[in-house]
Design a protein around this ligand. Structure first.
Ligand code: HEC
Ligand code: HEC
Ligand code: HEC
Ligand code: HEC
Ligand code: HEC
Length: 498
């Protein structure tokens, strides 16, 4: 998420509402203003952080999940609420979680690069990427008054050290406790569960609904426009609600599939139940190249399918018809980060493997991020993401270069689909970031600078090759596609297709 200029603009908006106060004239204007933006007209110059966000209808992620004390176990012992500790009993779940992107949401190279921007309100970013107070070295006093007259106040917001900061837990990013542990009225930690177990050594409160709805806190935070320049595009839940066919299922049904198993082997009495895989596989772009190693076992499957009709080849061109279909994606394809998109690309490739001509289409969003210096607000220019079960057809023509016309047996038609997290042009910019915080990501500065070595920017999700002359066809298997994606490691930005 890019919250650049966020504060600058939230401040200027509030001061504007003050300027138009009816007692100072401009009554009509203020009425219009109230009607349009719901901004109340008061003489306040100071707001608490919560007041600021609530003015904009934002809930949930504004505050951290309050400090969680050690979890008491039967027998008088107690444990810090780290994933590592949970993992000593819930071994399998721990190993699944460890490979998930949730477990490295803090160490994500792009995230770290974006945090270096002076304009990034880091604490807001961290509220979704490391949201438990135990994980935060520095806390913002929630009741801190923000003086809207002072534009530098942002620099004074972060106020106090957290005496109970747990550095090990910080590294765990979206850890077990994020979803599973809360503090009760007596100030004691308990586990949110979904069964009625009598075997757990720790206190459990059963609340399946809360557990399954926790996803929305970050993936559908429930607001659209915080300021003219900060729009929130994480609307996965809303996308689902608009697609009735998928409404039967929730996030957990698809992203945490059920497997009959025991939640732990430490207690023999624990029965096999419907356990939930803690993989959360999404669009199949891991955070590190090593993440490709188990991606298929972890359940990665794209919902995009492609069917290419027999091409019509004439003397100087090839006519193609590519039918592509989104299957059971629940939400739009792709969902989440607005930079993510799918490129479908058709090309003529020579015997040396080089592209001789190509055409491409993009499935995704296009944004203009606005410009506060001119007052131009951010706006979405284009959005052609696919609904669940939507079918489309792409008709295109590819020119045959002279060399191929003379010797067609040397050439192939290649149709491929690439799920892109980050385009090379944005990666170039990202790789120039300076001042990466190396306590968050050891050797982070180097990793950002050499992101092409460490950070997968895209994954191949479909590829087929047709020999021009014989029409012999090869469709790549998922295993082969994963190998192709791995081979992007170390390629220069110029060499990439996206
Ligand atoms: C000493 C071993 C042990 C530790 C440590 C432990 N658990 Fe458990 N946990 C269990 C046992 C045993 C059960 C019962 C499983 C069952 O009945 O299926 C359980 C049950 C659960 C359940 C399901 C409860 C329900 O009723 O649905 C959740 C969720 C859970 N643990 C989360 C955690 C988390 C999070 C941590 C770390 C903060 C943790 N556990 C630490 C042993 C442990
Ligand atoms: C505390 C915030 C938070 C909560 C709660 C949360 N997520 Fe996430 N989720 C994230 C972030 C941040 C990422 C991206 C991490 C990254 O890319 O480094 C993510 C990534 C994902 C992905 C993409 C994974 C990939 O590799 O492409 C899926 C799928 C997902 N979450 C599903 C869920 C589901 C289902 C739930 C609820 C059970 C949930 N999330 C709860 C913040 C959250
Ligand atoms: C992003 C949120 C999220 C995170 C992080 C998370 N869980 Fe879960 N967990 C869930 C959900 C959702 C369920 C399933 C609820 C249901 O039964 O409907 C679940 C279920 C469980 C259960 C009950 C058995 C089962 O498989 O259904 C245990 C035990 C458990 N989690 C332990 C852990 C441990 C240990 C960690 C950390 C290593 C962890 N969870 C991390 C959301 C999460
Ligand atoms: C009907 C099944 C289904 C449901 C329900 C569902 N998803 Fe997904 N989701 C998928 C599939 C399949 C993909 C992979 C699509 C692809 O890239 O081909 C995916 C991808 C994602 C991604 C990765 C996006 C990307 O571009 O890599 C995120 C994040 C995500 N889902 C979050 C959620 C959240 C949060 C919910 C609940 C609000 C949810 N999903 C509900 C099936 C589902
Ligand atoms: C409301 C919660 C929320 C806030 C606040 C938030 N993020 Fe995220 N972030 C997410 C979720 C959810 C995802 C996963 C989306 C997906 O996989 O498409 C994510 C993913 C990312 C990613 C990975 C994108 C990708 O395509 O893999 C980056 C980088 C990122 N966030 C940066 C930031 C920065 C920088 C900030 C602060 C300026 C920020 N985030 C604030 C929820 C949040």
């Amino acid at each position: 998420m890019k919250l650049d200029k966020y504060f600058k603009n939230i401040f200027s908006e509030v001061s504007q509402s003050k300027r138009f106060c009816p007692f100072q004239g401009s009554f009509l204007l203020i009425v219009i203003l109230i009607l349009i933006s719901n901004v109340s007209c008061d003489k306040k110059t100071e707001y608490t952080i919560e007041e600021y966000f609530h003015k904009k209808g934002v809930q949930g992620f504004i505050t951290v999940i309050p400090q969680l004390p050690p979890l008491e176990l039967k027998g008088g012992q107690s444990i810090e609420v780290t994933a590592k500790n949970c993992g000593s009993c819930h071994v399998k779940i721990y190993h699944e979680w460890k490979q998930a992107t949730h477990a490295t949401a803090l160490q994500d190279i792009q995230f770290q690069a974006e945090l270096t921007k002076v304009t990034s309100p880091k604490w807001v970013c961290l509220n979704c990427h490391i949201p438990v107070q135990n994980q935060r070295e520095i806390l913002i006093q929630e009741k801190t008054k923000i003086n809207i007259e002072d534009r530098n106040e942002l620099n004074h917001i972060i106020k106090e050290k957290n005496p109970d900061f747990n550095p090990g837990m910080q590294k765990e990013s979206i850890t077990c406790a994020t979803c599973h542990i809360r503090k009760d009225e007596q100030g004691k930690s308990y586990v949110i569960g979904a069964y009625d177990t009598e075997f757990a050594p720790h206190p459990v409160q059963k609340d399946r609904e809360q557990l399954r709805n926790i996803c929305f806190r970050c993936h559908s935070p429930g607001f659209e426009q915080l300021t003219d320049y900060f729009q929130c595009w994480f609307k996965t839940k809303e996308e689902m609600e608009e697609n009735s066919a998928a409404a039967q299922k929730d996030c957990v049904d698809c992203h945490m599939p059920v497997e009959k198993r025991k939640a732990t082997l430490v207690d023999e009495r624990v029965p096999e139940r419907d356990g939930h895989m803690h993989h959360w596989v999404g669009g199949g772009i891991p955070k590190w190249y090593s993440g490709y190693d188990h991606i298929l076992e972890r359940g990665f499957k794209t919902s995009l399918s492609i069917n290419v009709k027999q091409p019509v080849v004439s003397s100087d061109k090839v006519k193609l018809s590519v039918l592509y279909e989104n299957g059971d994606s629940g939400h739009l394809l792709p969902t989440g980060d607005p930079e993510r998109h799918i490129q479908i690309r058709a090309s003529i490739v020579g015997s040396d493997g080089k592209e001789l001509s190509f055409e491409k289409i993009k499935i995704g969003q296009e944004w203009d991020w606005g410009d506060p210096s001119t007052g131009k607000p951010a706006e979405k220019i284009h959005d052609n993401r696919m609904k669940p079960n939507e079918k489309r057809n792409w008709e295109l023509e590819l020119k045959l270069p002279d060399s191929v016309r003379k010797n067609p047996s040397s050439a192939k038609i290649v149709i491929q689909a690439i799920h892109v997290r980050m385009r090379s042009q944005n990666a170039k910019y990202m790789m120039q970031a300076k001042g990466v915080n190396e306590t968050y990501l050891p050797d982070g500065q180097n990793m950002v600078r050499n992101a092409t070595e460490h950070y997968p920017f895209a994954s191949f999700i479909y590829k087929e090759e047709l020999e021009l002359k014989s029409s012999k066809k090869k469709i790549y298997s998922m295993e082969e596609l994963v190998e192709l994606s791995k081979k992007e490691k170390g390629k220069s930005l110029e060499e990439r297709l996206y």
